[in-house]
Design a protein. Structure first.
Length: 295
């Protein structure tokens, strides 16, 4: 499977009573259909994955699969804390229509998550999975970086397709590309803030929260990089950095959902205990998009 391109990690729309609003999800998907994404990610960090019940997770995947053209990939988060639970959920995601399983590092017992333990975990998951697996390292949420030597070892597995790396360490990403160059292994940038730098070092694509809001500009950045139009790409990348920080590290998912509403998508509330932005925070967020000429 070719992962080259941009994937938005979809937010999960909730009603005012914090129930999953599948009609609103379908509305967002209809609008995203006009943007040349390579595919969509369901149940990533931005989908409030830890807050969803098992049946909601499967229904999200089924809903997106029904709305998604067959030529676009559906990546679904299926990582759990135990290997057994991860395998069971990965099989269920495949049955619900996922093309690829995105498997986050188990982290609750992070002190015991050595390279050996993680290689064993991912190997067992990949052996049992009916669909290809993409590793997922997101140290901001897990407190755990999937070690480089583990990534290099796992890249040799025939059912492990690549990695989504959200850490932002460009040296590490460059080494991943370099050390796995003999394998059929694709590195995905996990944020819009370092997308151009990742492409310059050989990354295949990006799974970027900001694509929920500015999907077309991110696809344009992808296009410019592939054509070698680096000056235009750099100018566009510069305008994306501050908005990206605002909807990730600065204000998180509540900020991302608020920004979506300014661009015609449904954002809506988050599930508690994630709290909405305060009025001053909303103004700061709006200012970030305005000063970079997006609003």
């Amino acid at each position: 499977l070719d992962l080259r391109g941009i994937f938005p990690p979809l937010t999960t729309p909730f009603s005012p009573t914090q129930e999953v609003d599948y009609a609103r999800l379908e509305g967002n998907l209809h609008r995203y259909a006009s943007i040349p994404f390579r595919g969509l990610v369901v149940l990533g960090s931005n989908g409030e994955y830890p807050y969803l019940a098992p049946h909601e997770r499967l229904q999200m995947v089924s809903c997106v699969r029904r709305a998604l053209p067959r030529d676009r990939l559906l990546l679904a988060g299926s990582g759990c804390e135990s290997t057994q639970a991860t395998i069971e959920l990965t099989v269920s995601m495949a049955e619900a229509g996922a093309d690829v399983a995105l498997v986050v590092t188990p982290c609750y017992y992070r002190g015991a998550m050595t390279s050996t333990a993680l290689v064993q975990h991912y190997t067992e998951v990949a052996d049992a999975s009916p669909i290809p697996v993409v590793l997922y390292s997101v140290p901001a949420n897990t407190g755990l970086d999937l070690p480089l030597e583990a990534v290099v070892a796992l890249a040799q597995h025939p059912n492990i397709l690549g990695i989504k790396d959200s850490g932002g360490d460009i040296t590490r990403m460059g080494l991943m590309v370099h050390k796995t160059r003999q394998e059929d292994f694709q590195v995905l940038a996990g944020s819009a803030g370092f997308l151009l730098a990742s492409y310059a070092l050989g990354a295949s694509g990006g799974v970027c929260a900001l694509a929920n809001v500015l999907g077309a500009p991110l696809c344009q950045l992808d296009h410019l990089c592939r054509e070698g139009r680096w000056q235009e790409a750099r100018d566009l990348q510069h305008r994306l950095i501050e908005p990206n920080v605002a909807v990730t590290r600065r204000f998180g998912i509540p900020g991302l959902k608020k920004a979506m509403e300014w661009f015609g998508y449904y954002g809506g509330p988050c599930r508690a205990p994630l709290a909405p932005l305060s009025p001053p925070q909303v103004e700061e967020l709006r200012g970030t998009f305005s000063t970079n000429s997006w609003l």
